[in-house]
Design a binder for this molecule. Structure first.
Ligand code: ZN
Ligand code: ZN
Length: 402
């Protein structure tokens, strides 16, 4: 009830007074006062089968980033194709070109491919930290660059007008994302092959999810350096190409179509998992809400908890090692829920739990085990260690209008 902009004197009728009184009584008698706002109606869950799994890298620097070496756009695209990537986003530092990525990375004659989906984006490189932009089509990046030092409310409005997906980069490292997490859609929870550096990023992600921010977790290699063609072209950083390059890690999205827009939409919706490299197994995470044996939702999806038990299914697909043993860790609301050992060609784990009808719940999984060989980036396996894959959360009672 609002009396703003009401013209003339406000006349309380008897009925209005009763409604007001009842509302106050209802709010006070509600044990979760403050959360009494009714949650918006949730949209129906999208199909679990009409779509395609696409893999890519969401954080790569080309020669348009000043500190990169031996990494022209054509080399990144050719390499991505050689390891069967479906999409890629070249995210050069926007401050190196005064915000004008449109006339640098995107205008590079090598920025084209018939088979690889090329997202438009950049690394928003500011005094308050780094974020990546992902867009299906060109947008006016200069506008975002120009407001980088303004208040977050101003930045949020500009971002919404541009219709772009904004993502926090390496949130716990140097140049962490020093902006409000209310202006982003996703967070880089796995930056580079060096998995051990990401523990605090995962902690931040869990804090954000627990506070009702349904942010997608995604990966990004942050690769800057390619293999030199000849030894004389080598730089002090050339060795990095053997340890961290396109695909370390690899972000999988379940897209409705093979288009750049579908990739960005899947990323926003959280139908995403991350694997250590393009050949490592992919983790899929589903829930059967009515226990009829048919899965009803997958990671990234959100529904209202009914109070009935839900059956969850974790499955590994793709290149599982023939006699590999994998450990599946389930996290519920930021805390350890269970640990399961699996083996076999298509390992599956099922568990049951009853999400509370009041308050929010989320479940996500991580997979550990033997590293899968990535011959093109041979030193990356040692750096990612036993980390194989991680899923996005399955959510209950998250308010879409949060
Ligand atoms: Zn950065
Ligand atoms: Zn970067």
């Amino acid at each position: 009830m609002t009396f703003k902009n009401t013209k003339g004197p406000i006349l309380f009728t008897g009925i209005k007074c009763t409604v007001l009184l009842l509302t106050i009584v209802a709010c006070i008698s509600n044990p979760v006062f403050g959360q009494s706002k009714k949650m918006a109606k949730l949209p129906p869950i999208a199909s679990l089968t009409d779509g395609v799994w696409l893999k890519g890298d969401l954080h790569v620097h080309s020669r348009h980033s000043k500190e990169s070496s031996n990494n022209p756009v054509a080399k990144i695209i050719a390499f991505s194709r050689s390891v069967a990537m479906d999409y890629i986003c070249i995210t050069d530092h926007d401050n190196h070109v005064d915000g004008d990525v449109a006339h640098n990375t995107w205008a590079d004659p090598e920025f084209k491919s018939d088979s690889l989906l090329l997202l438009y984006g950049a690394e928003w490189t500011t005094t308050r930290g780094h974020g990546n932009v992902f867009s299906a089509k060109p947008y006016d990046h200069k506008r975002l660059y120009d407001v980088r030092d303004q208040r977050d409310t101003v930045i949020g409005r500009v971002k919404n007008k541009l219709g772009i997906h904004l993502s926090a980069n390496h949130p716990s490292g140097k140049d962490h994302f020093g902006y409000s997490y209310d202006i982003i859609e996703s967070i880089e929870v796995w930056n580079s092959a060096i998995w051990s550096r990401n523990a605090n990023a995962i902690m931040i992600w869990d804090d954000m999810l627990s506070s009702g921010r349904k942010l997608t977790g995604r990966g990004g290699s942050d690769a800057h350096h390619g293999n030199p063609e000849t030894p004389d072209k080598a730089t002090a950083n050339s060795g990095q190409a053997k340890a961290n390059y396109v695909g370390t890690p690899t972000t999988w999205v379940f897209a409705v179509k093979r288009t750049t827009q579908a990739v960005v939409d899947a990323l926003t919706n959280g139908r995403v998992s991350i694997s250590a490299n393009p050949y490592a197994p992919r983790v899929e995470f589903y829930a059967d809400l009515d226990q009829d044996g048919k899965m009803d939702m997958m990671m990234g999806d959100n529904t209202r908890a009914t109070g009935k038990p839900v059956k969850f299914r974790v499955q590994l697909t793709g290149n599982t090692l023939p006699d590999g043993n994998y450990t599946i860790n389930v996290v519920k609301n930021g805390s350890k829920f269970g640990t399961y050992q699996v083996t076999g060609k298509t390992p599956v784990v099922e568990f049951t739990d009853t999400p509370a009808t009041t308050g929010r719940s989320y479940y996500r999984v991580t997979v550990e085990g033997q590293a899968t060989n990535y011959p093109q980036v041979p030193q990356s396996m040692a750096l990612s260690g036993s980390m194989v894959a991680l899923s996005n959360p399955i959510c209950f009672n998250f308010d879409p209008n949060f």
